[in-house]
Ligand binder design. Structure first.
Ligand code: HEC
Ligand code: HEC
Length: 331
């Protein structure tokens, strides 16, 4: 009897050891807690609804395509009237885990962020009033907004809040690396593990750490060597006016990074290997060997998680009261 207990104990110990989360500078991501399903469904419709743009053609999903890692895979986005935007579109996946939104952090949270593109002349080219007018003309939208928010009248606040609630569900758990972090030794290969060991030992984790492997600090791009670009973005200095903030950007998340090419705020690099080489030289003063770059790149590809999966939302139709879109500027 006594022997049996000891055996049972040792089994439960080894099982615990196998499943024990590892103590690493990167933590696994957890599935998003579902808070208010009706709000999320409304936000999902609005995220996909191009009628929030002046042209009736551009939705959030145009530049944050959920079939392409939540980005547009272009150096800089294309907005209203085919205008080329000034900066690369960051992924919306896991963006709720970032300390602030935008490359320079100028929006504190997702709701504040969501108001930006609708009235940005280079993006959706609309105004908040006109966007509210479109939504308020569609009875099905008005009904859902009234029932979810208990308001009499639609305003931009409900629209941006619902979009933000939907965005909070766009997390990508169960990447192979997360499974490894949770104790599954077989989830990544020996080669990928060597890449992770290098990622730590050369110093990438100084900036790319935590649950989002980035997204939790602003850092200067080009610490050891200057980053050469034609892109005029100044980073945080554009907000603060401080010289010390020049070229300081929010450290991007590296989750799903194999899907979110091209890289950096100007989208100048298409190959992940090149981005790794640039980072090592500019941020760490290190020229990596080709095989080291290969290993780190292989590790980065283990960070692709389960992509959001849902039925495409049906959008309620416009009607005779809905303002008609203006796809092109009238000459
Ligand atoms: C025309 C393309 C375009 C459209 C349309 C667009 N975005 Fe963006 N989005 C961008 C670009 C470019 C940035 C980066 C801007 C910057 O940092 O200055 C961005 C940044 C963001 C971010 C910040 C992510 C981060 O990590 O900093 C979020 C979240 C986001 N957009 C959500 C939305 C939502 C919600 C909508 C719809 C209401 C939307 N976007 C519409 C191009 C677009
Ligand atoms: C001192 C902080 C710092 C260190 C160290 C650092 N990074 Fe970065 N990383 C950044 C910043 C800031 C950016 C965004 C720069 C920009 O877009 O101008 C970035 C961007 C990236 C990107 C592009 C992501 C995207 O979506 O555009 C990759 C890939 C990357 N880093 C990988 C690495 C690797 C691999 C290492 C180690 C060799 C590393 N980083 C070390 C701060 C750092």
């Amino acid at each position: 009897m006594k022997k049996l207990t000891v055996l049972a104990l040792s089994i439960s110990f080894s099982a615990a050891a196998m499943a024990a989360p590892r103590n690493e500078p990167i933590q696994p991501i957890e599935p998003a807690p579902v808070t208010d399903q009706a709000k999320v469904e409304l936000g999902k419709q609005l995220f996909f609804d191009p009628r929030l743009s002046k042209s009736g053609f551009i939705s959030c999903n145009s530049c944050h395509n959920l079939s392409m890692g939540g980005s547009d895979n272009l150096p800089t986005s294309i907005g209203h009237n085919w205008q080329e935007g000034p900066i690369n579109s960051p992924t919306v996946l896991n963006s709720s885990l970032n300390l602030a939104q935008f490359w320079d952090g100028r929006a504190g949270d997702l709701q504040e962020q969501a108001g930006g593109p609708i009235e940005n002349p280079m993006e959706m080219g609309f105004t908040h009033d006109l966007a509210v007018g479109v939504i308020a003309s569609i009875p099905q939208y008005v009904e859902s907004i009234k029932s979810v928010y208990k308001v009499d009248k639609v305003s931009i606040n409900e629209i941006t809040d619902a979009i933000a609630e939907f965005e909070k569900t766009l997390v990508t758990p169960n990447a192979r690396f997360d499974k490894w972090l949770k104790g599954d030794d077989k989830a990544i290969t020996a080669y990928e593990l060597e890449g992770y060991e290098l990622f730590k030992s050369v110093g990438c984790t100084a900036c790319h750490n935590g649950v989002n492997i980035g997204g939790n600090s602003f850092q200067k791009m080009g610490l050891y060597e200057e980053y050469v670009t034609n892109n005029p973005a100044e980073g945080v200095a554009g907000l603060s006016g401080e010289d010390a903030d020049r070229f300081k950007f929010k450290v991007p998340t590296l989750r799903n990074v194999e899907l979110t090419y091209p890289y950096f705020h100007d989208g100048a690099y298409w190959k992940l290997e090149e981005a790794v080489d640039v980072m090592a030289r500019l941020q760490l003063g290190r020229k990596l060997e080709k095989d080291e770059i290969g290993k780190i790149t292989a590790f980065l590809k283990t960070l692709t998680g389960e992509q959001p999966s849902f039925q495409l939302p049906m959008l309620p139709p416009s009607n005779n009261n809905t303002p008609i879109p203006v796809p092109f500027a009238k000459k």
